[in-house]
Design a protein around this ligand. Structure first.
Ligand SMILES: [Zn+2]
Length: 282
C-alpha cells in the first residue's frame, strides 16, 4: 500500500483553485455538500483558500434533503462538515417543493437519472435565486475521465466542452467550479480520513439496489481509472490536461441554452428534463 501524502494532495487542489481563478473577490459561492467525501474535500479547500488569501467573498454550504427514505445522518454529516469549515449551511427539502421521490422512483425511467436531473436543476436554480454566481461541486478527475469515455462512446462530443475546472456562467446557468479537477476519488477519501472530516459512505440511497446492474458497471469504470493510475502515476494529470485542451477547442461550439417553456430554467430543448419528470408524476 503506497503512503498517502496530504501535502502533495493539498498542493494539487490549491493550485487548481489559484491557477483557474475559481474564487475571486465579490463571489457568492454555493458549495453543494452531499455529505460525501468528495464535496467535503471541495468545501474544505474552497474555505481554506478564501481564509488564507483573505478573499472577499461569501461561501455557503448547500444541501438538498431528498426525502425521509434517506437516513437523517446524511444531512447531519453535511451540516457538521459546514461547521468544521466555518461556513453557513442551508438546506432545501424536496417535499416542500412538491417533489415526491417515492412517485418518481416508480416512473419507467432509472431513478438515479431522475434524481440526478432534479439535483442538478435545483443546484443551479436555488443558489442563483439566492444571489449566488458560482456553484462548487465535488466532481473529480475520475468522474470527468469516466464521463469523457462515455461521451466519446455515445458520440456526445460537444459535452466535453463543459469539462473544465471553471465553467463560466451562461444566461441562467451559474458558473461551476471544480477544485478537485486533478485529483481522484480515492485521494479525496484518504484526505478526509487523514483529517478526520466526517463523511457518509456512498450509496446511502435505498433505491440504488433496484439499479444494481447499472451501478456495477459504473463501479467498473471507476476501478479501471484507479487501476490505470497505479501503473501510470501521472495518468489523471495527463488525462485532465488533455481534456482541458480538447474542451477549450470545443467550447465555441457550445450552443447557448434556451429557456424552458414551462419554468424558464435553462435547457437544450423546449421543455427541461426537470419539468418532463414533474409532468409524468402529475
Ligand atoms: Zn422546466
Amino acid at each position: 500500500m503506497e503512503k498517502f501524502d496530504t501535502e502533495i494532495y493539498s498542493k494539487k487542489v490549491l493550485k487548481t483553485i489559484r491557477k483557474y481563478r475559481l474564487v475571486e473577490n465579490g463571489d457568492k459561492i454555493f458549495i453543494g455538500l452531499s455529505g460525501g467525501k468528495d464535496s467535503a474535500s471541495a468545501g474544505y479547500f474552497i474555505s481554506k483558500y478564501v481564509k488564507e488569501n483573505n478573499v472577499k467573498c461569501d461561501i455557503i454550504g448547500f444541501h438538498i434533503i431528498l426525502g425521509d427514505f434517506i437516513p437523517k445522518d446524511v444531512e447531519k454529516t453535511a451540516r457538521k462538515q459546514a461547521e468544521i469549515f466555518g461556513i453557513p449551511f442551508k438546506t432545501i427539502e424536496l417535499k416542500n417543493l412538491g417533489i415526491d421521490m417515492e412517485k418518481i422512483s416508480k416512473l419507467p425511467r432509472p431513478v438515479c437519472s431522475s434524481c440526478g436531473t432534479i439535483k442538478r436543476y435545483l443546484m443551479n436554480k436555488i443558489p442563483r435565486e439566492m444571489g449566488g454566481n458560482k456553484l462548487c461541486t465535488g466532481h473529480h478527475a475520475d468522474d470527468f475521465i469516466v464521463f469523457f469515455f462515455k461521451n466519446i462512446l455515445g458520440g456526445n462530443i460537444s459535452w466535453i466542452s463543459k469539462f473544465t475546472p471553471l465553467l463560466p456562467g451562461r444566461n441562467k446557468s451559474i458558473a461551476r467550479i471544480r477544485p478537485l479537477f486533478f485529483v481522484g476519488g480515492n485521494e479525496n477519501k484518504k484526505f478526509c480520513d487523514a483529517l478526520k472530516i466526517p463523511y457518509i459512505e456512498e450509496n446511502a440511497c435505498p433505491y440504488i439496489s433496484i439499479k444494481k446492474r447499472i451501478d456495477k458497471r459504473r463501479e467498473k469504470w471507476y476501478e479501471t481509472v484507479e487501476s490505470i493510475s497505479r501503473w501510470q502515476p501521472n495518468f489523471r494529470y495527463q488525462m485532465m490536461n488533455g481534456i482541458i485542451s480538447l474542451s477549450s477547442h470545443l467550447y465555441s461550439n457550445l450552443t447557448e441554452p434556451k429557456e424552458c417553456k414551462i419554468c424558464g430554467e435553462p435547457t437544450d430543448g423546449e421543455i427541461c428534463a426537470f419539468c418532463k419528470i414533474l409532468k409524468e408524476i402529475k
